[in-house]
Design a binder for this molecule. Structure first.
Ligand code: GLU
Length: 365
């Protein structure tokens, strides 16, 4: 067993624990987990839950005899979400707080800051934040899509030191345990690389050993930002007893970096890039060696279509060097690329500042 300590954790609980028979909420697996949460809080630790199960919990209430449509699933989520919250509330004497997030909310700086502030207030007031994706409004490309990755984003926003993924398997195995009884549990992973992704069926594959792929993606996001991640079997009460004793029965993914500042994390992991700016050699040196902002004079080409405030990649030749928030739209940049900052106003008729991407809004990748 591995020794395990933490102070602020995001605990992700999957649908198989909340609604094990796939049609309604159940307390079957939640009692030991709830006891673990209460006892941890009594020890002065902080907990944020990311709970799945709204669709599964609502499934029994919307009768369909075919594969549910998107709208039907959204209706299930709307019904199931309240049941899921009520289910959790039964276990606790302190208030449970609902946060429903979409990819967009994590992507927008203002909303990101609001989420962060709300989480902080909730923890300050001893409430238990319970996060889920806002399934009724988010579809496909607007979605984070799975709660493992949502939990990773939540851990980044909340500046947690730990992500605990409660699954229905014991952890990561060196072979598929369903097919091979000889498979061994991997107790600790130093670094998540291709060989680790290969155990889940490969990074580009959807066929994982029990949804392991998204768990590894989540673990990668977190460990790269200094957040230790564990996968445990949430169906086993003894797992939580051991955790309370500081012992881990499961797989530990060790952090590979120190925790960066939250803005850097948000820029690097949460934000999708809407375009790319190709820069010249002078701008490359200024950005990499002098910590400079990107000025229009250093720009060679712009690709993609974006508005001010969106994220763009900054590349030299074929290499992406940085990611940052652009102050100008792609249309504006086409007109000012290669020009001096002092010319911006005369070319566009206005200026948002001399930099295209300010250093404070940039992170090297
Ligand atoms: N947000 C989905 C739900 O509550 C779950 C997504 C997932 O399990 O990854 O049903």
């Amino acid at each position: 067993m591995t020794t395990f300590t933490w102070q602020r954790a995001v605990i992700k609980v999957g649908s198989t624990l909340i609604a094990p028979d796939g049609a309604q909420c159940s307390g079957r697996y939640l009692l030991s987990l709830a006891r673990f949460i209460t006892a941890s809080r009594e020890q002065g630790k902080e907990v944020i839950l990311v709970s799945s199960g709204s669709v599964a919990a609502g499934r029994g209430k919307i009768k369909v005899h075919h594969r549910p449509s998107i709208a039907e699933k959204q209706a299930m989520a709307a019904i199931g979400q309240t049941q899921m919250m009520a289910n959790w509330s039964r276990f606790f004497d302190f208030p449970c707080a609902q946060l429903l997030l979409t990819y967009d909310d994590l992507h927008n700086r203002t909303r990101y800051v609001n989420i962060k502030n709300t989480l902080r207030e909730l923890l300050n007031h001893q409430a238990l934040p319970i996060v889920n994706e806002n399934d009724t409004v988010a579809i496909n490309e607007l979605k984070v899509g799975d709660n493992d990755n949502l939990a990773a984003y939540t851990a980044l926003i909340a500046q947690a030191d730990t992500l605990i993924i409660c699954s229905d398997v014991d952890g990561l195995f060196d072979q598929n345990p369903q097919q091979n009884p000889e498979a061994n549990l991997i107790q600790a992973v130093e670094k998540i690389d291709e060989s680790i992704f290969a155990l889940a069926g490969g990074a580009g594959s959807a066929v994982g050993t029990g949804g392991m792929l998204t768990k590894l993606q989540a673990a990668q996001k977190c460990t790269q930002s200094g957040i230790q991640t564990v996968i445990v079997n949430g169906q086993k009460g003894e797992v939580f007893d051991a955790l309370l004793d500081g012992q881990l029965q499961g797989t530990l993914f060790k952090p590979v970096a120190s925790r960066e500042n939250s803005r850097g994390q948000w820029l690097k992991h949460t934000l999708k890039s809407s375009g790319k700016i190709i820069i010249d050699a002078g701008a490359k040196t200024a950005i990499l060696s002098k910590g400079a902002s990107l000025l229009p004079s250093g720009m060679l080409e712009v690709s993609g279509s974006f508005n001010p405030g969106e994220a763009v990649q900054i590349a030299y030749q074929d290499h992406v060097l940085a990611k940052g928030l652009t102050l100008y739209s792609s249309t504006d940049l086409e007109q000012i690329k290669g020009k001096r900052s002092s010319e911006i106003e005369s070319v566009l008729g206005y200026s948002y500042g001399e930099a295209v991407v300010h250093r404070d809004d940039m992170v090297l990748v």
